[in-house]
Design a protein around this ligand. Structure first.
Ligand code: ZN
Ligand code: ZN
Length: 80
């Protein structure tokens, strides 16, 4: 089993916002949000989550990143 550097606080996310290119804030694992927030998630995010089964095989950890400037969120897959 892989160890996600973000979940374990080993590394901060360096992914930048596609709009303003600021470093986006890591909001944690997508699955931690899934139950509470899924009704509010945007369609794009849901599409990416559909690939979740594959991320398990690839040892990737899906994280929700958020840009406070654009109020934009994005799912990224962190390699464990
Ligand atoms: Zn993680
Ligand atoms: Zn932004």
């Amino acid at each position: 089993m892989g160890v996600c550097p973000l979940c374990n606080g080993l590394e901060a996310s360096t992914a930048s916002c596609p709009k303003c290119e600021r470093v986006m804030e890591d909001k944690g694992r997508v699955m931690d949000y899934f139950d509470d927030y899924s009704p509010y998630m945007e369609i794009d995010g849901m599409k990416q989550i559909d690939g979740y089964g594959q991320t398990l095989q690839l040892n990737q950890c899906p994280h929700l990143l958020f840009c406070s400037q654009c109020v934009e969120d994005q799912v990224v897959f962190i390699q464990e």
